[in-house]
Design a protein around this ligand. Sequence first.
Ligand code: NAD
Length: 243
Amino acid sequence: MARAALITGSSGGIGADIALKLSQNGFKVFLTGRNESRLIEQAKKCSAIGYMAGDLSDDNFLELLFRSAKDKFGQIDILINNAGSYVWSPVEKTDKSKIDEIFRLNLQVPYKLCRLAVSDMKFNKWGRIVNIGSISGIVGEANASLYSASKAGLIGLTKALALELAEHNITVNLVNPGWVKTEMVEPLFTDGILDEAEQMDMIPQRRWIEPCEISALVNYLASEDARGITGQSINLCAGLSLG
Ligand code: NAD
């Protein structure tokens, strides 16, 4: 029986690639993101079982999304908490509204979706939760303290849930990418906030991470073969975390 995966932030960037990879490997996928036309296009590419566009920060949407995915699938076996948002700002200049916004999307939304998803996983004695963190949550990133803090929170969530759910055959893991050229970070470089050559110089492999590298790892973590891996925080960063 094909396992069913709900992937947040799958209208573009890393999430779109994860959805495609899982669908190519026989998983049933349900997509969600904010941009409806892109979501429809991506859903077609993935032969998705369903999709729903909306803002995950809105609790009503979040619950509606969960119910719709569950109705389509019958059950959600795999939850990929990928949607996230970044803000570059020195701490004293950070817009106050961003504090709630970033913590809500990057940390509370994954928590809320886990809260909704685990009952069925426990009942079925099978589940996979993969959170997408960031290397910024591991090593800290100057002028991105809000983002770093929100992503560091996912480490605690991942470890605690892994412990709590291990006996139910549910694994919970965290993937921490380094720089990936997506719409989330491209403006940092095109607007001159960061210098690409300088950033690449700090990476031992001197390169960007490709979305396909992340989706391949997520695909593995979602598979039966990865049943022994839980509570892990895996850095996929071309060596950036090594300092
Ligand atoms: P992206 O901007 O290309 O894609 C983000 C996706 O999240 C989109 O589908 C968007 O619709 C969705 N999204 C954002 N805010 C949302 C909201 N409020 N409600 C619903 N959906 C929302 O970004 P990306 O680079 O693909 O990032 C994906 C994940 O990877 C994020 O969690 C990000 O923090 C993490 N990450 C990215 C990088 C990088 O360098 N790009 C590095 C480390 C970690």
